[in-house]
Design a protein around this ligand. Structure first.
Ligand code: FEO
Length: 395
């Protein structure tokens, strides 16, 4: 095997890249593709960890055959049942009828529910181990990272954690598998976007999972998406810890909708005023253009949020309402929040955004700034008070 795919002797990467799918889960853009990672441990017994998306089953099976080099496949360990990792389970069983499926009770029930397989399975519980020969696997349950059946598997002899979705990111693997064999720059923002889009609702379960592995010696983390983390393991562990504690950098997201550019001009004015007050990290998103996926990423990165909307059909402009719904689903703790808007004959949008904020327990820190019809600087008079109130809460 090449040293690129056999990134640790006896542990081989057999995953696949997906550069075809445009929306992950039918929702989240994949401009740089995504990888479905799977790993094969070669010992006295052989063990495959997770499988791959059903669109790539043939390619995935070919990778397994090549990596097995004629050996039989003894175990398939299932850490997570979301079909981007489980959809090739039935094909693996057909190709290797001798294989025993290893997972917890919740996952095995899903294997039957999704794929009708319930024979030759081995149920494992928290703290159980499976000997492979020189190496073994230790299993810990990590529910809601990011489904209820998720678990992680640890090889103590190699000090390698097979972490499922945790520590994963969007972005195909362009050659290298481990971080030491590539330039990882492009993955960091994609890790925040992956986390905020897919796992962001489950900060508390992620913290509980991290707690379970605290003090465990780690040489590599092998997630189901993105690079294997070796050299940059402390950075990725720190980032995951901060994201799951909803810790943000000092900065402001200004997210707005605008039909004819009037609300947009107030967004620009607010951005200038934040910059003039020394804020260096400002992300401005026109919600008719920016996919909500990127806006959520920046909301997880930066501490304050200011939302603007014109009044539309007597309410909030639809792309703005869609963002608020996505934020509400993610259990984000309160943060400095303010809103603004415009209207032509009856203003309701800014008031409704403020009511939404009260509903998710993010009280607005300044009176909404709302103006009638065309924008001019005189109508931005309330912006200073809004900026100062947000800055006061950021301290
Ligand atoms: Fe990559 Fe939750 O599956």
């Amino acid at each position: 095997m090449s040293s690129i795919t056999e990134f640790v002797p006896g542990i081989r990467y057999v995953g696949v890249n997906d550069r075809t799918k445009s929306l992950f889960e039918g929702l989240w853009p994949l401009p740089q593709g995504v990888s479905y990672n799977s790993y094969l441990i070669i010992d006295r017994k052989t063990a495959l960890i997770d499988t791959a998306d059903g669109a790539f089953t043939d390619r995935f099976l070919a990778n397994i055959e090549q990596a097995l080099e004629g050996r039989r496949l003894d175990y398939l360990v299932i850490n997570h049942m979301e079909p981007d990792h489980s959809a090739s389970i039935a094909a693996v069983r057909r190709s290797h009828p001798e294989v025993t499926l290893v997972s917890n009770a919740k996952a095995l029930a899903m294997v039957e529910g999704y794929y009708g397989i319930c024979d030759a399975v081995l149920e494992v519980k928290e703290g159980d181990t499976l000997s492979l020969g020189e190496r073994s696997l230790l299993f810990r349950m990590t529910p809601m990272v990011h489904w209820p059946e998720t678990m992680m598997s640890y090889c103590p002899e190699e000090k390698i954690l097979f972490s499922g979705d945790a520590f994963g990111c969007f972005g195909a693997l362009d050659g290298g598998i481990a971080d030491r064999d590539m330039d990882t720059d492009r993955y960091w923002d994609e890790m925040v976007r992956y986390y905020s889009n897919i796992v962001g609702k489950y900060g508390s379960p992620v913290q509980k999972a991290l707690e379970k592995w605290k003090g465990t010696e780690l040489r590599a983390i092998c997630p189901t998406h993105g690079p294997v983390w070796t050299e940059q393991l402390p950075r990725v562990a720190g980032l995951y810890d901060r994201m799951s504690r909803y810790e943000c950098e000092p900065g402001v997201v200004i997210a707005y909708g605008s039909m004819y550019g009037n609300t947009e001009q107030m967004a620009e004015e607010l951005a200038r005023r934040f910059a003039a007050r020394g804020i260096r990290r400002i992300a401005v998103h026109n919600l008719s253009v920016s996919h909500v996926s990127y806006v959520l990423r920046d909301i997880f990165k930066y501490r304050a949020l200011v939302v603007g909307s014109p009044t539309y059909n007597g309410g909030i402009y639809p792309p703005v309402a869609a963002l608020l719904e996505q934020i509400g689903e993610r259990n984000l703790p309160p943060r400095p929040f303010a809103c603004f808007g415009s209207f032509t004959w009856a203003g309701t949008a800014a008031r409704r955004i403020a009511a939404w904020a009260e509903g998710v327990k993010w009280p607005v820190c300044a009176a909404p700034v709302e103006f009638r019809q065309g924008y001019d600087r005189a109508k931005a008079a309330g912006c200073d008070a809004l900026v100062e109130a947000v800055l006061a809460q950021m301290e």
